[in-house]
Design a protein around this ligand. Sequence first.
Ligand SMILES: Cc1cc2nc3c(=O)[nH]c(=O)nc-3n(C[C@H](O)[C@H](O)[C@H](O)COP(=O)(O)OP(=O)(O)OC[C@H]3O[C@@H](n4cnc5c(N)ncnc54)[C@H](O)[C@@H]3O)c2cc1C
Length: 350
Amino acid sequence: MVVIGAGQAGLAGAYHLRRTGFEPDRDFVVLDHSPGPGGAWQFRWPSLTYGKVHGMHSLPGLELTDGDPARPSSQVVAEYFATYERTFDLRVRRPVDVRAVHEGAGGRLLVETSAGSWATRALINATGTWDRPFWPRYAGQETFRGRQLHTAQYPGPEEFAGQRVLVVGGGASGTQLLLEIAPYAAATSWVTRRPPVFREGPFDEDAGRAAVALVEERVRQGLAPSSVVSVTGLPLNDAVRQGIEDGVLDRLPMFDRITPDGVEWSDGRRVDADVILWATGFRAAIDHLAPMKLREPGGGIRVDGTRAVTDPRIHLVGYGPSASTIGANRAGRAAVRDIRRLLAQEPVAA
Ligand SMILES: Cc1cc2nc3c(=O)[nH]c(=O)nc-3n(C[C@H](O)[C@H](O)[C@H](O)COP(=O)(O)OP(=O)(O)OC[C@H]3O[C@@H](n4cnc5c(N)ncnc54)[C@H](O)[C@@H]3O)c2cc1C
């Protein structure tokens, strides 16, 4: 068995494999192309302290209890994942880049990597989204003389001191980064495709379930999964309220073109900028699965639970409705349960 990715989803899957009697190296391998433990958390910007992370669930079987809220989440979570891997002896192999998954011999899948190939009867794909930042394309983009970067490259607010920064994107990262950058920058502007929807009141379990159900429905139809914020709205907390009052979160509609000095709208309006920060989200990092032709015309992979509808050997964990820390935990367990059932029906040993 092969698990691709050692973030929350991959480690949750590996933990349940281990718990149900699968041995690392003998029965399964976990492959990850990042340099160290932590999944995508190891790359989060330094100003995203552990205290600012809302709703990170511990991995199954070992609570993260003593995370220092003042330290970067990249460090706190990386250390916790390292301890977790050691505690459960998961033996993650890294850096191993999975390049493609093909149909192999004897009904097995062939997983081609930077460190050789593995033939496997079942696959848990847990590759997250961090490796596929989404950059929309706009007319004139290549003419812009300033700096363009994506959330995935955000270095913290200090680098933008004295600059005019335009943030594109109406998700949680867009608002968080604007609020962080505004005190340093000479000016900030905020552009979003749709008017942002702010959500009053706490985000309780019912709201969470409703949001997950909406993403689940998209995935069931074979559409590309939407981000959870697009269905939950942005939490209207004190910082956001203040940002609205101060005019930092005063949203402009999407511009029509990018110019060498900024952006402009067809009605003649323009905003000059030194930096365009694309807080435009991520897509599922699943290009290595392309040879298996799982994608539907709608752009997504249809899954039933975690199982790819067109290929029961392939499980997607941390994909669509399970793209949260709690969702990944549950999906890891569900995938292992399903794979055990699949293997029990088959005569060939793993
Ligand atoms: C800024 C930010 C803040 C967030 N905050 C929260 C939060 O507070 N609470 C919450 O529940 N969720 C949060 N999320 C969502 C969060 O990312 C997920 O909940 C969870 O951490 C994702 O885990 P994962 O295992 O699916 O993916 P990842 O953590 O991205 O792990 C995927 C792993 O797969 C590896 N990989 C990818 N492709 C390959 C390949 N081809 N070959 C080998 N290895 C590969 C990567 O190296 C990586 O280690 C946040 C997301 C972002 C962007």
